[in-house]
Write a protein that binds this ligand. Sequence first.
Ligand SMILES: [Fe+2]
Length: 252
Amino acid sequence: MIFRQLFDSVSGTYSYVLANRHGGEALIIDPVLDKVERYIKLMEELDVRLVKAVDTHLHADHITGLGALRDRTRCVTVMGEQSKVDVVSMRVANGDRLTVEGLSLEALYTPGHTDDSYCFALGDRIFTGDTLLIRGTGRTDFQNGDSRAQYESLQRLMRLSDETLVFPGHDYKGDTVSTIGEEKRFNPRLKARDAKEYAALMANLHLPDPKMMDVAVPANMHQGLIRKRWRGAAGPIRRAKRRVLSGGWMSR
Ligand SMILES: [Fe+2]
């Protein structure tokens, strides 16, 4: 399998390129708009053809590359059926298979961070979006987040084998991969004994709003494309990016 983990240092986002073979079809998970040229160049170098671009959920901390990739490569854009994004071309539900040539990912509906959050399992690994981070979990205090739902989603992930590799949607410390067993042992958010205790823990985080939220969420409702009605937002988006450069992270 061809597997690449790509990093956007501005938002701390990981994106993943997957393909079964050189010359074959590829899929990308959680692409960032600013990195679209890099993804396209890499896929040319790897000699793979992008056919599906997937967002694990509606992001609040970066602008998605889904729309730009669709326009450049004619790939199919994919999100969960609960997503309110207006122009995805394919929607997956819990248990659906997301396939490209030679690869089949299982979609797991894991609400909590947002109400449209999905994880995608492939063989020995799972792409956890912002549901499960390395030694953390995605915040639940906006975008219809729900700590109790997230607790249940995390319990579901903890039933995977301990050896399952965890590839998260973000990391802010430079960690790239973990395992379910490692997170069970060392992730402080997974120490909560029940949903009530987890909800209390999450309610006491007092995190500031993501700096890009005001521009990223509305832009991502349209797959990150700045359409005509939206052009007035280009300045605020640039300014928000500059602010993010001086600060942060967001999803924890
Ligand atoms: Fe997120």
